[in-house]
Design a binder for this molecule. Structure first.
Ligand SMILES: Cc1cc2nc3c(=O)[nH]c(=O)nc-3n(C[C@H](O)[C@H](O)[C@H](O)COP(=O)(O)O)c2cc1C
Length: 199
């Protein structure tokens, strides 16, 4: 019988991934891995992945080979490639989680903490927790950049408002001047008429 094996890798998205696509990948992987007795955990944070694959060595290697040929991601780096005596991820053919998680569960812990509850191998835990931590940092950076952009947009909007106001004032002044000029011209011709009548 094949030795029980564990491989953990990280990779980067080669293009934009829709959340729905990640859902489809989960459904596919659960089905395919169940046939191969492969179990594990996959995290996705919009920029990259970390995945643990466990099972009979030949099946784990075959699955990794197929995953490595998938052009939807790249820069695959294998962090763990070793024999093991026990599975760390129970019976999930593939549990998939999107990072950072939107909300902690009722007891305040995150879904990932629940997923890692049975994981006793320190290095495996550390790799997943590290990925989750970096995902949160990345989301914060993106959030800050978005806020900065909004500020910039707001400044530009204020500037535009000011320009529109100045243009409107110039137009009003123009009309007032034109009205004054018309009045002056009317007064002028009335005066001339009056002058002609009187002389
Ligand atoms: C990040 C990532 C993780 C994946 N995980 C699995 C997996 O656990 N099991 C699996 O069968 N396919 C997985 N896939 C899909 C494979 O790359 C590939 O599309 C699939 O195995 C199709 O293989 P086939 O050519 O044998 O049909 C994953 C793909 C990506 C991008």
């Amino acid at each position: 019988m094949d030795a029980l094996w564990r491989i953990i890798y990280t990779s980067q998205c080669a293009r934009h991934w829709h959340v729905a696509e990640f859902g489809e990948l989960e459904a596919f992987s659960v089905r395919r891995n169940a046939e191969r007795e492969v179990t594990g955990l996959l995290l996705f944070d919009g920029a990259g992945f970390v995945q643990a694959l466990e099972g009979p060595e030949a099946m784990v290697r075959l699955t990794l080979e197929r995953i490595g040929q998938d052009r939807r991601h790249h820069h695959l780096i294998v962090a763990v490639d070793e024999g093991t005596v026990a599975r760390q991820f129970g019976t999930w053919a593939m549990r998939c989680r999107q990072m950072p998680e939107l909300a902690p569960s009722e007891d305040g812990s995150t879904a990932l903490m629940h997923d890692l509850a049975g994981v006793t191998d320190g290095r495996t835990r550390a790799i997943f927790l590290d990925f989750a931590r970096l995902s949160v940092q990345r989301a914060r950076r993106l959030g800050a950049r978005k806020a900065a952009l909004t500020l910039e947009e707001r400044a530009m909007q204020t500037h535009l408002d000011l320009l529109v106001q100045q243009a409107q004032e110039a137009l009003d002044r123009n009309q007032a001047v034109r009205r004054l000029a018309d009045d002056a011209a009317r007064l002028d011709s009335a005066t001339r008429r009056q002058f002609r009548l009187n002389s």
